[in-house]
Design a binder for this molecule. Structure first.
Ligand code: PEP
Length: 251
């Protein structure tokens, strides 16, 4: 079964009302490959602005950058899955390395959040990836498998229909140091193999695995050709006009 190419834009803690509107208006005007699923993730404060600015005909969806796993209550600063749905937001990023490393999110917390999102009907761009030290020690696949195993402990095979995996080596995020096509494909292949062993052929063949880490308008085409690379999660370049070239990189 062919997997629909997927491109996510992670705006991180960037933008103003004006700049976010302008990025989305550019997307509305652009000619986007209709065979690509596009999801943009502005800061939480601008989710509704983004949702209202996106041209519905473009098919572009809006995602949160985070969501909490508890349904409601005394969790200052957090947003629940139900609140996202109430605001017509049907996607979230979870487990981004910046949240894991800067905010101390553990594999288990990320897994709990992912389960809560999926159960509540919000799809997840679930991120994983190794540090430079872990890569240099030859532990890349072991680290990614550890992150996946924490997630797998909470999920059923059916849950994977609402999850897209983003493999994002930490050393490549925001550094301008993109993984080589071979490095990325190797880890994507290992992730797909792991999915096959743990959850069977359907999950392995249907789950999209994105690459993230310094993707830009120049390096995207070669990465997009690899058989296990089903799209991208893009940080810095999603704020620039070249995001359109990345969306259209699979043409
Ligand atoms: C990201 O934040 O998910 C990311 C991949 O960032 P960048 O494209 O800037 O490396």
């Amino acid at each position: 079964m062919a997997r629909k190419f997927f491109v996510g834009g992670n705006f991180k803690m960037n933008g103003t009302k004006e700049s976010i509107k302008s990025i989305i208006e550019n997307l509305n005007k652009a000619s986007l490959d209709p065979n690509v699923e596009v999801v943009i993730a502005p800061p939480a404060l601008y989710l509704q602005l983004a949702r209202d600015t996106v041209d519905k005909a473009s098919g572009v969806e809006v995602a949160a950058q985070n969501v909490y796993h508890k349904p409601n209550g005394a969790y200052t600063g957090e947003i629940s899955v139900a609140q996202l749905k109430d605001s017509d937001i049907h996607w979230t990023i979870l487990g981004h390395s910046e949240r894991r490393t800067l905010l101390g999110e553990t594999d288990e917390l990320v897994a709990s959040k992912t389960k809560a999102a999926v159960e509540g009907g919000v799809s997840v761009i679930w991120c994983c990836g190794e540090s430079l030290e872990e890569r240099e020690a030859g532990n890349t696949v072991a680290v990614v498998e550890r992150q996946l195993a924490a997630l797998a402990a909470k999920l059923s095979a059916a849950d994977w229909k609402k999850i897209v995996i983003a493999y994002e080596p930490i050393w490549a995020i925001g550094t301008g140091k993109v993984a080589t096509v071979q490095q990325a494909q190797e880890v994507h292949e290992a992730i797909r193999k792991w999915l096959r062993t743990q959850f069977g052929d359907a999950v392995a063949d249907e789950t999209r695995i994105l690459y993230g880490g310094s993707v830009n308008g120049k390096n995207c085409k070669d990465l997009a050709k690899e058989k296990d690379i089903d799209g991208f999660l893009v940080g810095g370049a999603s704020l620039k006009p070249e995001f359109v070239d990345i969306i259209n990189s699979n043409q």
